[in-house]
Design a binder for this molecule. Structure first.
Ligand code: G3H
Ligand code: ZN
Length: 277
């Protein structure tokens, strides 16, 4: 199964009223786990590499991107490759050479007018190269940006932002928050319905790790399409490594505990996809 453009996966999920799971990849084992989980669920998925993950790899995009693309190319189900939360223009431009089908350009920390102008330019650049572009409307700074629990996207502003920028998908703030390690977020389902009516493009939920399964099901039924999940994989990965090493002080071969971590991440991916699909 070839690597599939994210646009196709999102379009199909949108048309069928399904969610498409987009999972953050940091290491090769993450990519292998996303594909294994998607194959176990028999559902498509997106592997996404964030600007923070690229920073972890010393600023090099190509090694982790091409490795992830190669894993996706050998998958038995359709898998997309997405570059996530890009604030650096130079990184945005490198996406075109590394197999990505889509990018989230994140200028949400900028004042509104500059966010609109920068996002319009990013969308034009992406479309000239056949890339699908996701962006975010935001006014609140800090680590969580608009994905802080109290932040909300205004439907009229969302509609105006989509029209002014020409983006393909909009990340919205509806009650989730990045990097939660408990699944206690409550989403504003009334707002999701209003955003679905106002925005003419598919909606993206960030910080989905903290959202319980029943809330995710309601969110997808209400119109959220691309569901971004990152921390859940790291909870699985780190938990498995911790369990393994706590029970075994002799092993030095990392393949032993990385196998365990990869298997547990794959289960997390499979469960999430079954909820969304
Ligand atoms: O863009 C990536 C996601 O928003 C991941 O959020 O780590 O809280 O699941 P999460
Ligand atoms: Zn995010």
């Amino acid at each position: 199964m070839p690597l599939v453009p994210t646009a196709e996966l999102v379009r199909a999920a949108h048309a069928d009223g399904r969610g498409i799971g987009a999972f953050n990849v940091i290491t090769l084992e993450h990519a292998e786990a996303v594909v294994a989980g998607a194959e176990a669920a028999g559902l498509p998925a997106v592997c996404q590499i964030s600007e923070n993950a690229v920073r972890f790899h010393g600023g090099s995009l190509a090694p982790i991107a091409r490795a992830t693309a190669a894993v996706a190319e050998s998958a038995a189900v359709p898998v997309g490759l997405h570059l996530d939360h890009v604030t650096d223009e130079d990184l945005l431009r490198r996406a075109a050479d590394c197999g990505f089908g889509s990018v989230m350009y994140d200028a949400s920390a900028l004042p509104h007018a500059r966010n609109v102008a920068a996002t319009r330019a990013a969308a034009d650049w992406a479309h000239d190269r056949g890339l699908w572009l996701e962006a975010e409307l935001g006014e609140i700074g800090g680590k969580d940006g608009v994905h802080a629990p109290g932040a909300r996207t205004d439907p009229a502003e969302a509609a105006a932002f989509v029209a002014a920028t020409g983006i393909d998908a909009l990340a919205v703030a509806v009650g989730s928050s990045h990097a939660m390690t408990t699944r206690t977020a409550r989403l504003d389902h009334d707002l999701i319905g209003r955003l679905r009516g106002a925005a003419t493009v598919p909606l993206v939920l960030h910080g989905s790790t903290g959202v319980p399964d029943d809330e995710l099901r309601r969110a997808v039924a209400g119109g959220m399409v691309k569901i971004n999940i990152g921390t859940a994989l790291n909870i699985a990965f780190t938990g498995a490594v911790r369990d393994f090493l706590a029970a075994d002080s002799v092993t030095v071969d990392p393949r032993r505990y990385l196998s365990s971590a990869r298997t547990r991440m794959a289960s997390a991916v499979e469960s999430a996809l079954r909820v969304l699909g």
